[in-house]
Design a protein around this ligand. Structure first.
Ligand SMILES: *Cc1c(COP(=O)(O)O)cnc(C)c1O
Length: 345
């Protein structure tokens, strides 16, 4: 039996042999007491990669975003975010459930941005009838918009706007290194205007667990307290952080390969008549394709038939698939995926 090609997400990535080796040998201590040397090194390394003063190792991107919002906002404060943002769609409503945060969504543009005029027009004044607008959340790359890449210029303009109004900016940079690779800029350029930024070690970077939340010393001190409140204070988690360090050292610079393969996959699929590209050509490691309306099978059925041929794809809605390229899918994997689509369609 040939290996399964799993394109459902880059979260399915297994740790590399170098990661397992580093985990085995990791020096560890009680991180709640600040004594895990491996976590301390990972946090320093992450902060440097984001151009921030400090970092905090957290269990997931969801926890990183939640903690950031809880630091920036008090109960009843308003946070502005895109209507297709991960925090709005896919984080269980945690910021409202646990933080009492008032969510204000604005439309994401197809490129993943939010029109800054709309942001400006949504910031409330000091009228006691209204909640206090405290935060803008942006996402880069933008997952649900198609893995789109947002430029440093936009990030800077957004930062200038919200800071001028006394708000904070949080960047959900789950795949910020994909954005940086696609743009050919350092990730620090994308994070510079953000007061806080979180990125995932456990996606395209292949680590088994974890994200890092970064910001200034004061922000991270508060974030550390909230992580503890949420039950996220881990002890000898250096075994996990060790894999995260390998992720940052070895896996960041290769992300461009996934982008090349995403385009190759899209180019091949473009020849298949039932398929269209709802978000255009891939900008990073994601390929979204849609079945035309009059095609007889729905996405779930097509996905089941692809799976029977050893290819797993994500089903986004009854007509749309998402495929995410990652370290464990090579050129041959792309060829086999194209062949499987050819056979099924
Ligand atoms: C995956 C992801 C997250 C967080 O995911 P976890 O599964 O909680 O680690 C946050 N934002 C975006 C844009 C994501 O794609």
């Amino acid at each position: 039996m040939e290996t399964i090609i799993d394109l459902r997400s880059d979260t399915v990535t297994q740790p590399t042999p170098a990661m397992r080796e580093a985990m085995y040998h990791a020096e560890v201590g009680d991180d709640v007491l600040g004594e895990d040397p491996t976590i301390n090194r990972l946090e320093e390394m992450a902060a440097e990669k984001m151009g921030k003063q400090a970092g905090l190792f957290v269990s997931s991107g969801t926890m990183g975003n939640l903690i950031a919002v809880l630091v920036h906002c008090q109960r009843g404060d308003e946070a502005i975010m895109g209507h297709l943002g991960h925090t709005f769609l896919f984080e269980g409503g945690g910021i409202s459930a646990l933080g009492g945060i008032f969510v204000h969504t604005l439309p994401n543009q197809p490129d993943g941005t939010i029109l800054l005029d709309q942001v400006a027009g949504s910031i409330r004044g000091s009228d006691i009838h209204q909640p206090i607008t405290r935060l803008l959340i942006l996402e880069n790359t933008h997952n649900r918009c198609g893995g789109t890449v947002i430029t440093p210029e936009y990030m800077q303009q957004a930062g200038d706007l919200v800071h001028g109004q006394g708000l904070r900016l949080h960047l959900d940079g789950a795949r910020i290194f994909n954005a940086a690779a696609a743009l050919g800029v350092p990730a620090t350029d994308l994070a510079a205007s953000a007061d806080s930024v979180t990125f995932c070690l456990s996606k395209g970077l292949c680590a088994p667990v974890g994200s890092v939340l970064c910001g200034n010393h004061e922000f991270i001190a508060q974030a550390r307290r909230i992580r503890k409140q949420l039950g996220g204070g881990m002890r000898q988690a250096g075994v996990l952080a060790a894999a995260g360090m390998v992720a940052l050292e070895q896996m960041v610079d290769r992300l461009g390969e996934d982008h090349v393969r995403a385009r190759k996959l899209a180019d091949g699929l473009a020849y298949m008549p039932p398929l269209t590209f709802p978000h255009g050509k891939p900008q990073s490691n994601m390929v979204f394709v849609r079945l035309v309306d009059d095609y007889a099978l729905d996405a779930r059925e097509v996905a089941a038939r692809l799976k029977a041929r050893g290819v797993k794809v994500g089903v986004v809605d009854p007509r749309t698939f998402r495929m995410v390229l990652h370290y464990w899918v090579d050129d041959q994997g792309v060829e086999r995926t194209l062949q499987a689509f050819q056979d099924v369609l």
